[in-house]
Write a protein that binds this ligand. Structure first.
Ligand SMILES: [Zn+2]
Length: 155
């Protein structure tokens, strides 16, 4: 079985002033290639040599500058995303509880169907036997209806 390895996304470093800066990648980090979020060449997978050249492109440099100019916004955005994750966890937990309740309901209804099927089967046999004992014919329409019921519940 082949294992598919996806390239990582490049993450810039942060200097002593807290600004994003490009950093050199080592061979381990770029073994399977690296993608960049700057958007200059979407879905491009860079190797070590062409990534270094990529960091000198206008678009990439602008991306680093934009991140530095929006650091406070990123912080606020991060807080909003963390709140969103927490609310999503609550929703997922509630949906999971609802799913479990529905699964229990399905099992209970399935058991009820089994019990009712047995009862119907018992009455079908009794109904036919009673008519046999009375030596009379079952009404053709009633018999057809009973057969349809039994076909639908697979008895
Ligand atoms: Zn880039």
């Amino acid at each position: 079985m082949d294992i598919i390895v996806e390239p990582d996304y490049y993450t810039p470093s942060i200097d002593k002033n807290g600004d994003y800066i490009d950093r050199p990648l080592n061979n381990d980090e770029i073994r399977y290639g690296v993608k960049c979020h700057c958007g200059s060449r979407k879905n491009m997978i860079y190797c070590l040599s062409n990534f270094t050249a990529h960091t000198k492109t206008k678009r990439h440099i602008q991306w680093i500058n934009d991140m530095n100019n929006n650091k406070k916004n990123y912080y606020a955005e991060n807080i909003k995303l963390m709140e969103l994750v927490e609310s999503q966890k609550v929703i997922i937990g509630r949906l999971d509880l609802e799913k479990r309740a529905l699964q229990r309901e399905v099992v209970a209804k399935s058991n009820t169907i089994d019990i009712l099927s047995e009862i119907i089967k018992k009455y079908k046999t009794k109904y036919i036997n009673d008519f046999d004992l009375m030596d009379c014919d079952i009404d053709e329409n009633v018999s057809d209806d009973i057969d349809k019921i039994f076909e639908n519940i697979n008895i």
